[in-house]
Design a binder for this molecule. Structure first.
Ligand code: ATR
Length: 278
């Protein structure tokens, strides 16, 4: 029987998930489909309630449904609760299960592009306090970072996030972002600054240690001005595309029964997609 999965959002036009999952379906010769479904917020509950009746093994969830999907699931794992949002749902014994694979994707991307990045690492600077930052903070704390300096334009959002994340997270002012880089092992940009069509991220990297790793969650462009500047001064840099690819792995395994590999070929396919859109 054909296994079916999809991604749901509103709107849904820009999701890369179909490209990723269809690549794996073909690569592993699986009898399955992966579609894009535009689901209005008012229709979310009904959609999730009839998932099994509609023959779906599960789905990815994107904006604006991630928080509500967690509430509507029958069961959610610790990581989804900790992040406060779900991006991966699946049916199991008639129940709707929820997880969040973004923290896994964030860590797996760094593990594959900057081997040893977290060995002995103590301090990270995270810019931004939106949805992506929640997963990044969870990943860093699970990986043993002692201090995460969290800076966001709207300080109150960073404070709310720090409160739910724990004592390792220290909130600073957005204006202090250049000075906050002192002694840090890792800098992560989770804001939309630097994205095609957005303002650049203005930051002075002068205080950043030469050994620090720099990761941008933005992947369009693949090499953001931040990554380009960091790389010019000798820092190891990691782009954001790998997080998108790796976060898809656990969902595919749940729905289709094969743990897929993030290959260079898959990466090249998505890079080519991004280039044709620019
Ligand atoms: P996501 O869920 O993808 O993280 P988001 O919730 O919209 O997206 O968060 C976007 C992040 O980029 C926020 O941290 C936002 O800062 P605010 O909380 O102050 O809005 C940040 N951001 C967006 N535009 C910005 C700008 N011009 N200057 C500084 N930060 C900006």
């Amino acid at each position: 029987m054909t296994r079916k999965a999809c991604v749901i959002g509103w709107p849904i036009t820009h999701s890369r998930s179909p490209r990723i999952h269809r690549y794996w379906l073909k690569k592993y010769g699986i009898d399955g489909t992966y579609s894009k479904e535009a689901v209005r917020p008012e229709d979310l509950e009904a959609f999730l309630g009839s998932m099994e009746a509609n023959g779906l093994a599960g789905c990815n969830v994107t904006v604006p449904h991630k928080e509500r999907a967690l509430e509507l699931a029958d069961m959610a794992d610790d990581i989804a609760h900790a992040i406060g949002a779900a991006n991966t749902l699946w049916m199991e014994n008639g129940s709707l299960h929820a997880s969040n694979t973004d923290a896994f994707g964030f860590l797996a991307n760094l593990d594959s592009q900057a081997q040893g990045w977290s060995d002995g690492a103590q301090t990270a600077v995270v810019l931004g306090a939106g949805g992506a930052a929640r997963a990044v903070l969870k990943g860093l704390i699970d990986r043993g970072f002692k201090t995460v300096r969290l800076l966001n334009r709207t300080r109150s959002r960073a404070e709310a996030l720090a409160q739910r994340t724990g004592a390792a997270v220290r909130v600073g002012d957005w204006e202090e972002r250049s000075a906050a880089l002192e002694d840090c092992d890792l800098l992560v940009n989770t804001t939309t600054l630097g994205m095609t069509g957005s303002a650049p991220l203005e930051i002075d990297l002068g205080a950043l240690p030469a050994s620090a790793v720099v990761n941008d969650i933005v992947y369009a462009p693949l090499v953001t001005p931040l990554l380009s500047e960091a790389s010019e001064r000798g820092n190891v840099t990691v782009d954001g595309l790998g997080m998108l690819l790796h976060q898809a792995v656990p969902g595919f395994e749940k729905w289709f029964g094969v743990r897929p590999e993030v290959t260079g070929e898959l990466r090249a396919l998505i890079v080519a997609d991004l280039e044709t859109e620019q």
